[in-house]
Design a protein. Sequence first.
Length: 440
Amino acid sequence: MTIRRLLAASSLALVLSAGLAHAQQAPIALERVEAAVATGAPKVVAWRRDIHANPELGFAETRTAALVAEHLRALGMEVRTGVGKTGVVGILRGGRPGRTVALRTDMDALPVLEATGLPFASTATGTYMGATVPVAHACGHDAHIAMLMGAAEVLAGMKADIPGTIVFIFQPAEEGAPPGEPKGGAALMIEEGALENPRPDAIFGLHVVPGRPGTVFYRPQGFMAASDRIDIVLHGRQTHGAWPWKGVDVIAVSAQIIQTINTLTARTIDPTTTPTVFTIATVDAGVRYNIIPDEAKLSGTLRTFDIAQRDDLVRRAGVAIDNVAETFGATAEFSVRQNAALVYNNEELSAWLAPVLTEAAGAGNVNAAVPPTTVAEDFSYLSQVVPGVFYHLGGSKDGVDPATSPPNHSPGFDVNESILPLGVKTHVLSALRFLERPTP
């Protein structure tokens, strides 16, 4: 655990352990929250569909950011734009003094060709790595934005009764720093003061994933994996495809490296103790069927939950890649860049949040002890600075087995719109109940 995380955890402990020194006003009733959420539900659906039809890639979310900023200003909030290029921060100061809590969402889409068949499906394109690509909200960020916009409206309507301040963070580039950018959205927003003036005492965030609609699930401590981007460049010697012995075959080297990495991970790490995934996802080499090229580029992702184990695996992978390349007479360049740290849910805050989420979702619909997941989230950087909890909402279609639902990042991924009010409600209640806790 880092010193920064230890300090954040210590600060949270002081906040959460505060005694009943002062009498508190009665909490805002659940019925009042539910009525406000129901009233705003049609707007949330409309926002989600509009955003879904107009997706934007990381650090290009100009239309989305403008929509968000206009909405927050209309609610009477203090609004900062351009935080982390296209990020938006809204500040709602309650009518009574108290702590500060932050709610965060992400805004970027992906270079994916949508295949949902929705009447509001995306036909948008964007530029990625110098090429024109289809763009779609294939990860559910459209729903995330709409839910937090809805929560902002509900909470703004209760401003006079809120004991404290709520910070709304609409973050760009959650899917990682675009090519040429040194930092992704969360890290850049932190650097540019998103968590300062005021500084939150806690932060909460959510993500839609395949799961029974209406359910909420997470775990304390390590919940979502740390994510590293892997890049390998191989240099050989070009030759005719019929005379491979006259060159250095980077295609054969690529195949051997992929198999070596797969075996290295599967045969040297116990997956029951620390889940680890090392995937080579792209291979770029050659222009003609009968020419062996002189260069091949591979990229992939490494997902881990243990820092020491991750460092050792990266070291051993580098040695193995160099050895394979040398065996064939090629050379290799191996680089690793972190896209997201481990999503670490504060233990004390996780335990406190479970009954709040149950209040929102109903008995039997919250699981606060699910296994860790190898997908990643750069919310991790925010919760390194401020104690936080990140949780998932089940968003599969009614009657569809979550195990067979199209996964996030796939062309068929879609969100069950019936869960949008629940996401609004979990945002609202996590903020309210945190601020309503007794203070010294």
